[in-house]
Design a protein around this ligand. Structure first.
Ligand SMILES: NC(=O)c1ccc[n+]([C@@H]2O[C@H](COP(=O)([O-])OP(=O)(O)OC[C@H]3O[C@@H](n4cnc5c(N)ncnc54)[C@H](OP(=O)(O)O)[C@@H]3O)[C@@H](O)[C@H]2O)c1
Length: 235
């Protein structure tokens, strides 16, 4: 069933990512829209996920061809149900671009609130859920790709952003653990961490960098932390 879905996709779509099914987890920000547009242009079938239906509707109008799905990715059961529906309609995914994040800061270490930590940890939980539920798809894909956007704050944390830096460090390490799992089970697949200080103005670079993940060998990007600004200069 899954292989048949994939074969049908491959024969019906053209472009470098023709036949590839890519899930964008947290797709309604400016960066999500840019990544969706780049993937659609490259020929991928794109599934865009967020929690707000009106934001998803706006995305679907802005990027024709994108299939939008409302799901709270912090809820593991909801992610499992989402995966079941995707598998039934499209087959297994070939890529996951995880963009749920958000920023919270406070005054110094004693200003790092529990409420802010809970918010940031929730974003990390969405990453754990999505990667655990879709890991087998990435293993089975002929070219599985998994990507997140981390922050320069991981390497240079500030006291006022300690909660944020800790949450991004967790996401960064988790994704490189996914990479290690892929290197053992599926060397044709890769998990990559893009690193950026701010995404503002770099949304299209992110879209191009995501598409490029499919244009290089998995071994060249698996487990790598790639500065997004450098991707622009190389590109
Ligand atoms: N923005 C920056 O300058 C910057 C800098 C460094 C790293 N990053 C990282 O880059 C990534 C993208 O950042 P961004 O600023 O473009 O977007 P963002 O504001 O961090 O992410 C928002 C997206 O996640 C969705 N989302 C939030 N909670 C969700 C949930 N429980 N289930 C499903 N979707 C959920 C939102 O849609 P709904 O509201 O509809 O749920 C929205 O589409 C993040 O990982 C961020 O940490 C960003």
């Amino acid at each position: 069933m899954s292989a048949a879905h994939r074969a049908a996709r491959t024969s019906s779509e053209s472009g470098p990512l023709g036949g590839r099914l890519v899930l964008i987890a947290g797709a309604t920000s400016a960066s999500g829209e840019a990544v969706a547009r780049a993937l659609v242009r490259a020929g991928a079938t794109v599934l865009a996920v967020g929690t707000r239906q009106e934001a998803l509707d706006r995305l679907a109008a802005a990027v024709p061809g994108v299939d939008v799905r409302a799901c709270d990715l912090a809820d593991r059961d909801a992610v499992a149900e989402l995966a079941m529906r995707i598998h039934l309609k499209f087959g297994p995914v070939d890529g996951v671009v995880h963009l749920v994040g958000g920023w919270r800061g406070g005054g110094g270490i004693d200003g790092q609130s529990d409420a802010d930590w809970d918010f940031l940890e929730r974003g990390f939980r969405t990453l754990r859920n999505v990667s655990r539920v879709f890991f087998d798809d990435l293993v089975a894909s002929p070219t599985g790709r998994f990507a997140i956007v981390s922050s320069t704050a991981v390497d240079k944390p500030y006291a006022g952003g300690a909660n944020y830096a800790a949450a991004k460090a967790a996401a960064d390490a988790w994704t490189r653990a996914v990479a290690q799992g892929l290197s053992k089970q599926a060397p044709q697949s890769a998990a990559t961490v893009f690193v950026v200080k701010t995404l503002e103005g770099l949304e299209d670079e992110l879209g191009a960098a995501v598409v490029r993940l499919w244009e290089v060998d998995a071994a060249d990007v698996n487990g790598r932390r790639l500065p997004l600004e450098a991707a622009r200069m190389d590109g």
